[in-house]
Design a protein around this ligand. Structure first.
Ligand code: 3H9
Length: 702
């Protein structure tokens, strides 16, 4: 659309209808801001216009400031000016909203004199999720309309509320029955035109002393709560400070404070990281145009294997509206698998995540069978049996025989070579990896693993399925551990090397948590069970490169039967079934023994060095993964590590973090570590190339 057309105006009697039309979400880019001011000014100067109706074309009213403008220098008119202009209008301004009204969009609505909405409308201040605070008067106008408590609740969480909630807290004046925002707005505005209602400006509202007391209390509570989050969430602190200004400062000073805090957040690394993640989450889901329109319809699915993973994959598919057949080897296993699925569904229902009707409908769509023939009509099969190539190959041979020729045959393997699994099949082009993360019905990440021979429509179908299941899908080529587990294997090794060299597992976990991960690597190992990795290490022992340093500590724990939480002992001791472990002297002794046997003289590590090594190992392997075409772009790594491995979102993912840290500094770190172990610390070719050409990983994202 031509820039000049981002705002249209037309007359309906004496009402000026101003429509924002800036698809896809009517973001407030500079020409929109300019157009709104022009329209408001025009209305002031035209005697025949008695009121202004502001609305949005398409699904959403306005989804906020234009995120793409944050990295450029701001261009006038700025949003605060637009809001002030609306508020100061001598003729009543009404916003009529449908779909999403977010961030700056809601600030526009707050500046207007009246607000009406359709039943589907939602409202929110998501700024904090982007490392920002409302920067166009939201923190000053919202408390004057809905009070500090509701403002805090909306702004601190960034979550949207629906139209009914908005009406109940006084955010909107009227909730219409129909979805036609324009007609609704015109109907409401007639009452204004007739002069039955006076203009109400938020600026004129004074907060009473009783409200002031309550507000101060609410802010204090928020301040206590935000301490737990840590200083990295600068936006949270700034938000509380700005809201405080709405009760302690004269309005113009409150506005000035908000602006200063907004600009401070705008320039922060957290803001840049969070916007990078927002945009990357959308980019990973986009397939090149040659894939468009080719997805096969998927309405029914089979899941082979009713273990923990198979059951939670089945729940995902059922929740996505598919009918599901679970396949198990015999009736007992089948009943156990079905029971697992039913119990997850029951849990979701009892937690209010699923209504009674939905729960009943989902159960209707679930079936079980022990004969593969039950899969003959399904559109998709996901194999989730034991991680053993021989077993998986046998399953796929059977699937190729019984499934209809249009069906997609997927494996949920997390490590195995899918080219090998499908080798010898007559229909290799139908085979795809759909790697869910555990628990599949909760974790949003899904790696879509594409073997060489897979057809385009099968890949497109994988992405379409992910969209339907509400997943974030990342495309990966076949590789040992694909994107995520391959990188994980490397930084886990770095953690083990540090443990053997002198850092305790408790110090490493604590340093990793302080960086922003919810758990350290040894806590995770205890949670997932040490036996899984043990079995894998035994399988790989024969093919391990002799130059690779091997730390036997994990094996020793397993030999003692200490598999982690499930056995009450692992790296930590879990007394009385507690899920938070205590450091264990016996484990420290065991580590000491290993060091003594190997003649390692323990040395101390600072937390800073632990993080430097942990992340260098992560980023270096991630660069290899991009270099070898396993991940398409650095941003695919960022999204995988954030959604699958809890890399702190506000740091933008490992590749974004590396760009911010300095790639030359990172390479220097790796070269320094290589002096001790040149085999492990081989700098990635891609990293070296980026440093030589003074490029960033970010440059490879587009
Ligand atoms: C703010 O307002 C600050 C102010 O307080 C102060 C200023 C002074 N800008 O999500 P979708 C794009 S901070 C630019 O897939 P859905 C998005 O990238 C802002 N582009 O659709 C995608 O592009 P593409 C506060 C935006 O239907 C396309 O729209 N606002 C923006 O699933 C479709 O997006 C927010 O944080 C934007 N603001 O969900 C709102 N928003 O097609 C963020 C979206 O090229 N937005 N795009 O991939 C959302 O939450 C969702 O997009 C929304 C629609 C719910 C609106």
């Amino acid at each position: 659309m031509h820039q000049a057309n981002l705002i249209t105006t037309r007359r309906e009697g004496t009402v000026l209808v101003v429509t924002v039309q800036n698809p896809p979400v009517n973001a407030l880019s500079v020409n929109v801001r300019h157009g709104i001011i022009e329209a408001i000014k025009h209305a002031q100067n035209t005697a025949a216009i008695t009121a202004i109706l502001l609305t949005g074309q398409g699904k959403h009213f306005i989804a906020g400031a234009d995120i793409n403008e944050f990295s450029r220098s701001p261009q006038a008119p700025l949003l605060p000016e637009v809001c002030d202009c609306i508020e100061a209008s001598k003729k009543p301004v009404l916003t009529s909203m449908s779909g999403a009204t977010l961030g700056g969009g809601l600030e526009i609505a707050l500046a207007a004199h009246f607000r009406v909405a359709t039943p589907s409308a939602t409202f929110g201040f998501p700024e904090v999720t982007l490392g920002l605070i409302p920067g166009a008067g939201g923190t000053q106008r919202a408390p004057r309309l809905i009070g500090i408590k509701s403002s805090l609740a909306m702004m601190l969480t960034g979550k949207s509320i629906n139209a009914h909630e908005a009406l109940s807290i006084g955010l909107i004046d009227h909730l219409n029955q129909s979805e036609d925002a324009l007609s609704n707005g015109l109907r409401f505005i007639q009452t204004l035109v007739k002069g039955e209602i006076n203009i109400r400006r938020r600026a004129d509202v004074k907060i009473s002393s009783k409200d002031l007391e309550k507000a101060t209390l609410a802010l204090d509570e928020a301040r206590q709560g935000s301490k737990a989050i840590g200083t990295s969430f600068g936006a949270t602190q700034a938000l509380i400070e700005a809201l405080e200004g709405s009760i302690t400062l004269p309005r113009h000073e409150g506005m000035a404070r908000e602006r200063a805090l907004f600009l401070q957040c705008l320039g922060s690394p957290e803001r840049s990281a969070l916007v990078h993640v927002f945009q990357s989450e959308r980019k990973v889901m986009k397939l090149p145009s040659e894939f468009h329109g080719s997805a096969r319809p998927i309405n029914s699915a089979g899941v082979v294997g009713g273990g923990t993973m198979g059951a939670s994959i089945a729940v995902c598919l059922l929740n996505g509206g598919l009918s599901v057949v679970l396949i198990e080897q015999d009736n007992d296993r089948l009943e156990t698998g079905l029971e697992r699925i039913r119990s997850i569904l029951q849990h979701l229902h009892s937690r209010g995540r699923m209504s009674k009707q939905e729960h009943e409908a989902v159960l209707q769509r679930l079936q079980g069978a022990t004969d593969y023939i039950a899969l003959s009509t399904v559109d998709l099969v996901i194999e989730a049996v034991f991680e053993d190539i021989v077993v998986k190959k046998a399953v796929f041979e059977r699937l190729a025989e019984v499934c209809n020729p249009k069906s997609i045959l997927a494996t949920n393997t997390s490590y195995l070579d899918i080219n090998e699994i499908s080798s010898g099949l007559s229909r290799r082009s139908d085979v795809l990896g759909l790697h869910f993360f555990s628990p599949a019905h909760i974790m949003r990440l899904m790696e879509i693993v594409v073997p060489q021979s897979t057809s385009k429509d099968v890949v497109a179908s994988g992405f379409e399925l992910a969209r339907r299941l509400g997943k974030i899908a990342v495309r990966s080529a076949v590789s040992d551990g694909f994107i995520g587990n391959r990188i994980l294997a490397n930084y886990r090794k770095a953690a083990e090397y540090m443990m053997e060299d002198g850092a305790s597992p408790y110090q490493i976990d604590s340093a990793v948590r302080a960086f922003g991960f919810p758990m350290g690597p040894f806590q995770i190992s205890d949670l997932s069970g040490g036996d899984i990795g043990w079995a894998q290490r035994k399988r790989k022992a024969a093919t391990r490169d002799y130059r690779e340093r091997y730390v036997p500590i994990a094996d020793r724990l397993c030999e003692a039967g200490w598999f982690g939480q499930k056995t009450g002992r692992g790296y930590y001791r879990y007394t009385d079934g507690k899920r938070i472990g205590e450091p264990d002297e016996d484990v420290l002794l065991l580590i000491e023994n290993v060091r003594r046997e190997k003649g390692i003289k323990p040395r101390s590590f600072t937390d800073e060095e632990i993080i430097r090594r942990y992340l260098a190992a992560m980023i270096n392997e991630a660069a290899n993964v991009v270099d070898q075409g396993v991940a398409e772009r650095p941003l695919d790594i960022d999204i995988t590590m954030i959604h699958g491995y809890a890399f702190p979102r506000y740091r933008g993912g490992p590749m974004k973090y590396a760009d911010d840290y300095g790639l030359d500094k990172l390479l220097a770190d790796i070269r320094e570590f290589a002096l001790e172990d040149a085999y492990f610390w081989q700098p990635s070719n891609l990293l070296q190339e980026r440093v030589t050409t003074s490029g960033l990983f970010e440059d490879l994202n587009n």
